[in-house]
Each structure stands twice: as C-alpha cells, then as structure tokens.
Write a protein that binds this ligand. Structure first.
Ligand code: AGP
Length: 610
C-alpha cells in the first residue's frame, strides 16, 4: 500500500516529508519521492529502493521549499523505477496517489492525443497530465483538480500541489484513506495531509478524516471539504493519541519480533476491555445479538481469513449456527445469496483492505447486521459496519500479521460465546469456565514464547528447505494454513497447510526426506487421528516437527525429527496459542535466511487495491 504525505509548512519541508515517509514505511514500498514548491516553482527528487536512497539523494541535491508532498510507492502499474516513482509532474502540477485508476488507459490516450508526452507507465502521471490539460483550458487549480477527479474511476487517494499556489493542497479520497492534520504547538499555523494518523502523529494530534468521495481544499487557514455530490460538508476534527501512534522497535531487532512478544499484554488488554477487571462479565455491544440469527458469514483476506476459519468451529460448536467462511475477493464477485436474518462479520487488521471493504458493502442491506472485527477503529471498514469490535492490538507495523491475528481470534471467541448465550445453548457455568480459560491465555502465551530459542534452533534447518508442509485437524487446521502463510510471506520458502486427513489424498506425494512437515497436535480428542497421519509421513522419511504438549510428546517425541512441547491448554485456546510457534518458526527462519522480515518483498501491510 502506498504512503502519502503533504505539508503546508512554516520551515524547510523536505526533512519533514522524509520523516513522515519513514513512519509510513511499514506499509511496504519499493520507491519514494518528494516534491516541493519554492519561489513559485515545483521541483522533485525520487529514488528507487529504501528511503535511505532518497535521503542520500537529498544530501547531494537538496530540495528547498516550505510546501511539499511525498510518497512511498508500492508498484501496481509499472515496475519500481525512478521514472515510475511519485510525485508525478506535469508542467505546473504535481500529484501523489495511493490506489488504482481503472480507466487510466483511456485518459492516457486523451492526453497523448492532446500533445502531451508521458515519461512513465503509471496511472498517476496520467492524472497529473489531465490536470495540466484542464489548466491549459483556463481552469483554476481547484477546478482543474475537481474536473480531473470527476473523470477517474477506481479506488484512490490523491494529493495535488500547484505552482503559484503555496498555500493550497488539494486532497481527494475514494477507496483509500486520507487524514488531514491541523498544526498545533510547534506546528501551529501549518497543515498536513497523510495516508493515516501514524504519519501525522509527531506533527499534530488534531486530525480530520476524509470520508468516501470527499475532496478537500487545504490551506493554512483551514479546510474546505466537498462530499461526493459536490456539496460543502464539515468533517469532525478528532484528537488522536499521538504517543500510541508513535511506533518504535523498543529494543527488538524487528517490529515483528516486538509484536510477537507483545501478545500476552495485548491479549490481556483485550480481555480486560471485554471481560472487565474481574474477567467474569462478557461485555460485548448489546446491539450484537445472535438470538434471531439464522446463519453467519465470515469474510476476510489472508491471515484474517484464517481467523475466520477458526471462528467457524467456535460458532458451530457454541451457537449451533451454520457458518460460511469466504475469501473477500471471491465473495464480492460471487454475489452470494444472503439471508436477511443472517449476520455478516468482516475481519480486518487495517480496516482498509479493498476486497474486504467491497465485500462489506455488498453485504450491507442484504443481511440483518454487518459487524466488523478491526484493529484500526477509524478505518473505513470500522466506520461502514453496523457495529465494530476493536481488537485493541495497538499499531501493528510488521507486514506479517501476528498480534493482530491472536487478538482477532480472541474477540471472535468471545463473539461465539455470546452467540451461544444469546441462543440459550451455553449456561452460566459453561460460560464461566470458558471465560476462566480465556483469562489464562496471556500466561500460557508467555510460556509458549519462552520456546523461542528451541524454535530458532529448528529454524536453522528449515531455512534450507525448498518446500514445507503444515498439518492440523479441527480448529488447528486453519492454524496450519496460517503457519504456511507466515513462512511463505517472510522467508520466501514455499509452504502449504493441509488438513491432516487430507494429506493421503494427493499431497503426500510431496513427502520425502527433504520436506519438513510441521504437525500441530495438542493431546486432544483428535490427537490419535492426527498422529496416524503423521506416521504416514514418517513412513516416507518425512522430517516431522511435532508441535504438541507434554502428553503428546510422551507418546510421539521419540519418533519425530523435532518436537516443540507447548504448555497444556484448554481446547478453546489451542488454535490461539499454537499460532505462536508458527509465528516464531517463520520469524527465525526468515532471520536465518536474511530476508527483510518487517517489509518482505512484494508485500504491503494493507492491500487497498484489488
Ligand atoms: C498476513 O500476515 C498478511 N500481512 C496478509 O495476509 C493480511 O492478513 C491480509 O492482507 C489482510 O489484511 P487486513 O487484516 O488488514 O485486512
């Protein structure tokens, strides 16, 4: 996901722009650039690769000016080259963009036919060139930007800066978030525009979030906002906790390492929020009621999708409700029939994933209630759902989701328990027992994290693997899928997760002495079934890494290549707890391989494009 920053400043703006881009690095990018307005003229510097390359360039080729825009680019149209890097410039206008302009090819033909040359393969340059065309036809910068925006189809956040306009930034939001910062204290009299509050936090705590379809004219005197219909509107100014939005590694080598380690505290905070200090009251929103619900649809992408898979077992078990789980990009185009008495639940850490947001919009009006389980409570998904349940994981910087995943699972478990209560299928004693189990989760997580060195030693062998398989049964099957995704996305090793019982239906052909097979098997009712599948692997020289507990280790550790012995855990908590060794295995394997753990190649923290 690209990062956008704009500043109407009172001092030299280049360092402020670069520092804000540094705070947006977590979104994932492959090039960066800034443009400033100085003595009425626009100029820019752009660099491929990490932000340090742009900083180096600016040392040797400084960019003066008190007004400017900046961008970190995650390539969609066009390779990550300097020519394709933003800001894009067309005569007296420069633009930065997050999203995809779907009709840019037609617009590209139009500006080329009008005699303009284009240097890049991007949709964004076409936006700048079209705006220049409108200026050439006598429009003012405001009208030129509005006319351009009206011609665009797709999802985007745009920021315009014009020559001769050193007190104007024009921002437009359609499908990708934008926040406006009002200077205060040392930045009083200055104005800012950013992709999110993290970019603006050190500059101001006074934030106005644009809504879908908004166009904002930002000056040092304030902002004028026009809604999708062109009517002037007032958007509320909110205050963010600037300390919470500031992120650092707190002494850890990587953000992912820090966020894995934070999980006991994060889960404890979430449980305190929903269960109260005593931990005995289930305080979910009263509006969230399953008594009349006839089915549940859970929709998400990636890791959040695997959280939905686990929740399916819980809703079926506790509430006796039929549950469908869908990948958002499939759901939104399948036009699934939805029951007007059903509940649709959308799970998203960022709350800005384009496919999940589109799926939510499809479901609204077709189901009884749309609920969102999100980390970013100011996000589009949180705002457009009928009700949003925060997971309270704090800012998650590592592209690979860890603490957000276990927080999602914790909140989904509470929702499933409430569904059981609402439908009279769980009595007080049963609920108390499950809540007591959940209260033990932070402590169990602490024990599991203490296995880090054991897992790191195993990872040194995994780092040379070509293929890795992950197996699990029941609610541990989605954790096998998650373990495979974690390993793939940060170590670049091919991995697949399978239901243990599925291996013999084909995938076992992959098994030989070179293929590590991670088997997730707490000593529960399914243990014997899973270990019989495990012995099918052992019979073919597969290198089995068994993740189990004391009883499981006693039964099987002698037969396997490595054994990770987890604390004994109640069945409800097993999928949440067993996610931790999956995270640690992937993390240490990636560190062993030397990949970019926090910003893996090709990935973005939140995919706001289709
Ligand atoms: C998970 O490690 C990945 N970063 C990715 O699969 C992520 O879970 C997915 O893109 C969904 O993001 P969201 O939770 O912000 O919607």
């Amino acid at each position: 996901m690209c990062g956008i920053i704009g500043v109407l400043g009172g001092h030299e703006v280049a360092p402020v722009l670069v520092e804000a881009l540094r705070r947006l690095e977590y979104r994932g990018y492959d090039s960066a650039g800034i443009a400033t307005l100085n003595d009425g003229r626009l100029d820019r510097r752009r660099a491929v690769g990490k932000l340090v390359n742009l900083s180096d360039l600016l040392v040797h080729h400084p960019l003066p000016g008190k007004v400017g825009i900046g961008h970190t680019r995650w390539a969609t149209h066009g390779a990550p080259t300097e020519a394709n890097a933003h800001p894009h410039l067309a005569g007296p206008v420069t633009v930065v963009h997050n999203g995809i302009i779907e009709n840019f090819r037609d617009l590209r033909e139009e500006v080329l036919a009008a005699g303009h040359s284009l240097e890049s393969q991007t949709d964004t340059e076409t936006v700048a060139a079209l705006t220049r065309l409108h200026l050439a036809r006598g429009m003012t910068p405001r009208d030129a930007a509005k006319a351009t925006i009206a011609r665009l189809t797709g999802a985007f956040a745009l920021l315009f800066l014009f020559e001769g306009e050193d007190d104007l930034l024009i921002a437009a939001r359609r499908g990708s978030p934008l926040a406006i910062g009002h200077g205060e204290g040392e930045t009083a009299g200055e104005m800012f525009v950013g992709s999110d509050a993290v970019a603006l936090a050190p500059l101001t705590g006074r934030i106005t979030y644009l809504e879908e379809g908004d166009i904002a004219f930002v000056t040092r005197a304030g902002i004028e906002v026009f809604d999708a219909g062109g009517a002037p509107v007032t958007r509320a100014e909110t205050r963010i906790d600037t300390s919470a939005a500031r992120v650092d590694k707190a002494g850890h080598r990587h953000f992912m390492d820090k966020e894995i380690a934070e999980q006991p505290v994060v889960i404890a905070d979430a449980l305190r929020h929903y269960l109260g200090v005593e931990g005995t009251a289930l305080n979910l929103p009263a509006a969230l009621n399953f008594a009349q619900t006839d089915r549940i649809t859970l929709v998400a992408c990636g890791t959040a999708h695997y959280a939905c898979h686990v929740a399916k077992y819980w809703f079926e078990q506790f509430a006796g409700l039929p549950v469908e789980v869908d990948i958002a990009s499939e759901f939104r185009y399948r036009n699934p029939p939805l029951s007007p008495r059903s509940m649709a639940i959308f799970v998203s850490q960022s709350g800005e994933t384009a496919d999940t947001l589109a799926a939510l919009r499809y479901a609204k009006g077709r189901v009884a209630q749309v609920a969102a389980v999100v980390n970013v409570t100011t996000s589009s998904i949180a705002r457009e759902a009928d009700l949003a349940l925060p997971i309270l994981a704090g800012v998650e910087v590592g592209v690979a989701s860890t603490k957000a995943f276990t927080s999602q699972l914790t909140v989904l478990a509470l929702m499933a328990l409430k569904a059981g209560r609402d439908r009279g299928r769980i009595d007080d004693a049963t609920l108390d027992r499950h809540l007591q189990d959940l209260r033990s989760l932070p402590g169990l997580m602490t024990h599991a994290l203490a296995l880090g060195n054991t897992i790191a030693a195993i990872a040194t062998h995994l780092a040379t693997a070509r293929d890795v398989l992950f197996l699990g049964r029941g609610a541990l099957y989605p954790i096998a899928l998650e373990g495979a995704l974690k390993l793939k996305e940060i170590s670049y090793i091919h991995a697949e997760g399978y239901a243990s019982g599925e291996l013999k239906h084909g995938p076992i052909a992959l098994v030989d002495a070179a293929v590590p097979v991670v088997v997730l098997a707490p000593h529960d009712a399914l243990f014997d079934k899973t270990t019989s599948n495990m012995h099918e692997v052992l019979a073919r020289d597969g290198k089995v890494i068994l993740v189990t507990d004391a009883a499981g280790a006693a039964a099987e550790a002698a037969d396997v290549w490595r054994c990770i012995e987890m604390p004994v855990t109640p069945a409800l908590l097993a999928p949440i707890l067993y996610a931790l060794p999956m995270q640690l295995l992937a993390y240490h394997t990636a560190v062993e391989k030397g990949t970019d753990v926090d910003q893996p190649r090709n990935l973005a923290k939140s995919v706001t494009v289709e």
